[in-house]
Design a protein around this ligand. Structure first.
Ligand code: DO4
Ligand code: MG
Length: 284
């Protein structure tokens, strides 16, 4: 397996317990390749040993592992998400839409973010000023190359306003897409085979150092298959530099929970690591 980190113009690669690095002019060209695992294996001699004595790996500030890719997202792929959406939309009468999309052949896919609105590890992630019920959504996130092949995985946070979406499903773009509403990182996990379906996703939220939510779920609880989601996304839409696709949340805090400014959200996926962000709000 490879873990590929982006640190400004540097690509930092971890493979079989060793760390390597290389200057990269074009991140898109580095990651948007067929059989990325084999390509990196072939190019390993072009990387140099990472100078750990000069800059300890732990001190690195990682960027989101994207350049010009859009981020898309899937919805209602786990039973828990179906339940939560049905609860929040009860008053609007839209509950049935969520029940139907969970069972339907066509999945829910939506545009989440242009690259400029995406934040990376340790950056501020935002809640909306005009919303009173906000949650993070911890999601395995696929990187698909321009051919539609899933070539890497990362951790994603699909920040969401539950009151805005719950009021009317037509408000979904406002509930989901605003500045700093998406985070991805800390690295791309690149494997020679598909990710293990028993992989766990964990989320922990702390407020003034006290834990206010923690939960975990296995990937195999997802109703859809990962290639099915990618396949629908690529049906009629092309992505010349590839695309990131969040695969839906299986963890939703109880209805009484809303994020507050200063909360710390940590989402961990085995072999990828932890995506940590502090919650903020746009200045008035
Ligand atoms: O239906 C709205 C979006 C649901 C979602 O983002 C999720 O299930 O993760
Ligand atoms: Mg989501």
């Amino acid at each position: 397996m490879f873990q590929l980190y982006r640190v400004a113009s540097l690509a930092v690669l971890v493979h079989e317990g060793k760390t390597y690095c290389r200057e990269v002019e074009d991140w898109d060209a580095l990651i948007n390749r067929s059989n990325l695992y084999q390509a990196l294996l072939d190019e390993l001699p072009d990387f140099q040993a990472y100078p750990e004595q000069l800059v300890p790996f732990e001190s690195l500030q990682f960027n989101a592992p994207l350049q010009s890719q859009e981020v898309w997202a899937s919805g209602v792929t786990y039973l828990r998400s179906r339940e939560a959406r049905m609860e929040e939309s009860q008053k609007s009468g839209a509950s049935d839409f969520y029940a139907r999309v969970y069972e339907a052949e066509r999945p829910e896919l939506f545009f989440k973010s242009s690259p400029a609105r995406v934040v990376g590890p340790d950056d501020e992630i935002r809640i909306r000023r005009d919303s009173f019920w906000n949650v993070p959504e911890p999601e395995l996130t696929l990187f698909c190359n321009s051919q539609g092949e899933i070539v890497a995985y990362t951790v994603g946070n699909d920040m969401s306003s539950r009151d805005i979406e719950g009021e009317n499903p037509l408000y979904l773009p406002q509930a989901k897409t605003y500045d700093a509403s998406a985070a991805i990182g800390p690295c791309l996990l690149i494997l020679p085979e598909p990710i293990n379906p028993d992989t766990m996703i964990r989320m922990r939220i702390t407020r003034e150092d006290a834990e206010v939510f923690s939960g975990e779920i296995s990937l195999n609880r997802m109703k859809r298959k990962l290639p099915e989601l990618a396949g629908y996304l690529f049906r009629e839409t092309s992505f010349p530099s590839g695309v990131f696709l969040m695969t839906g949340t299986g963890l939703v805090p109880g209805d009484g929970f809303t994020l507050a400014v200063g909360d710390v959200v940590e989402i961990s996926i085995e072999n990828i690591g932890t995506l940590r962000n502090v919650v903020g709000m746009k200045a008035n």
